[in-house]
Ligand binder design. Structure first.
Ligand SMILES: [Fe+2]
Ligand SMILES: [Fe+2]
Length: 184
């Protein structure tokens, strides 16, 4: 997975400033999150089958499976948090901004910095993914691997592409705007 960092080299252009966050949020909730959930569920099943067949032949397979389960769990919690707390807040913030109100007044009073936590969770996923990739030789299946293993490695590569796209879009479109506008 590529390392995704927020692009802070230039301030938002006027076009970016006026762009609505709602389509980005709808795209995350309607397209990316369901695709990620479907792929995680399929990979969990496929990984479990591969473990049953091959755990003695490939010593890194069980640690890779455990790491995958851990990452998958964290990702699910992260998406639920975005869908149930962060995104509804941002839709409200945008509506208030449209009415001339200051959206920063909607921020929580606690000491937490929700945006930093969200970005930190993205980084944690990327770190786990890098480790998973190491344990699976860059998702290159071993010679003579069975069809399940081939499917598993193909599925991991597919999830990597979707996660790259999704995190890039959240970090550099959605959350970058939120940060620049001071909404979180
Ligand atoms: Fe997301
Ligand atoms: Fe996210």
């Amino acid at each position: 997975m590529k390392k995704i960092e927020r692009n802070t080299r230039r301030p938002l252009s006027a076009v970016e400033q006026s762009r609505s966050l709602t389509p980005l949020i709808e795209n995350a909730v309607g397209e990316y999150h369901p695709a990620i959930r479907r792929q995680l569920a399929w990979l969990k099943q496929t990984f479990a089958m591969v473990i049953q067949i091959h755990d003695h032949e490939y010593p890194d397979l069980v640690p890779a499976y455990l790491l995958f389960l851990h990452m998958s769990d964290d990702l699910e919690k992260h998406m639920v948090k975005e869908e149930s707390v962060i995104f509804p807040y941002l839709v409200r913030a945008e509506r208030h901004a449209g009415q001339g109100a200051d959206p920063s007044t909607l921020k929580g009073r606690g000491g937490d910095d929700p945006l930093q936590i969200i970005l930190w969770e993205h980084e944690a996923t990327q770190q786990d993914w890098a480790e998973l990739k190491k344990l699976t030789s860059g998702f290159v299946r071993p010679k003579g691997a069975c069809g399940y293993m081939e499917a598993l490695y193909w599925g991991l590569q597919r999830l990597e592409r979707v996660l790259n796209e999704h995190l890039e879009s959240e970090v550099n479109d959605l959350y970058r705007q939120v940060f620049e506008k001071g909404w979180l």
